[in-house]
Design a protein around this ligand. Sequence first.
Ligand SMILES: Nc1ncnc2c1ncn2[C@@H]1O[C@H](COP(=O)(O)OP(=O)(O)OP(=O)(O)O)[C@@H](O)[C@H]1O
Length: 242
Amino acid sequence: MTHAIRLTEVSKVYDPNGSAVRALDGVSIALRRGTFTAVMGPSGSGKSTFLNCAAGLDRPTSGSVSLGDIELSGLTEVELTEVRRQRIGFIFQAYNLLSALTVEENVTLPLRLADRKTDRAFLHEVLTAVGLGDHLKRRPSELSGGQQQRVAVARALITHPDVVVADEPTGALDSRSSKQVLELLRHIVDTMGQTVLMVTHDPVAASFADSVVFLADGRLAGELPKPTPEQVAARMTHLGEW
Ligand SMILES: Nc1ncnc2c1ncn2[C@@H]1O[C@H](COP(=O)(O)OP(=O)(O)OP(=O)(O)O)[C@@H](O)[C@H]1O
């Protein structure tokens, strides 16, 4: 199995008050294991819908999504929740850490929710990789935004997920902290063989990926391997307002 995620002819139609919005329109793509993919496109082009369908947070109206050899559309809600918990790591713009918990408790929370034991050696490895080995007992309020997002990266990694999905992970960070988080995502792909899927508006962020996938009006509008910020920006300008 070389693909971490495969979408086949995925469409998603929202129907608020009867005026249907086709957020995704026949998207087919496969993401290889151990690769870092960025998703870009104008506002409203379907990036979040794409990420949510790929990660089992939302169900397509038609088409299929498979995570490894698991076909998500065949799962019940309970099974889907279990797949998300065990096989996908999530990173959001707003960190979503629990303020009452320490760094260590936040990072190991997905394991406790899944009733799994913490592998102390791997916890140490992950916290060292994100540069927070000395901050185990701190609480989120005692950390910078960049440090909090690195806790979120550690939390996403702790279950050994098949794929890490990140929705605008640097959207709330200054450029220095952004760079650290992006270098960290690059690092987990290069050294741990993780698969990362990231939505971003930022051509510099996208340039850390192996490949950028462009969306326009819910459809795939090209792919750019080995992207540079300049190439990404030029493509985005070509796609219209962003
Ligand atoms: N829950 C929903 N109900 C109705 N329409 C929705 C819903 N979610 C998204 N849409 C619509 O689907 C389209 C795609 O939205 P989506 O959020 O995926 O785009 P996006 O590229 O992530 O946008 P942005 O860059 O602004 O975050 C938009 O037209 C949006 O208004």
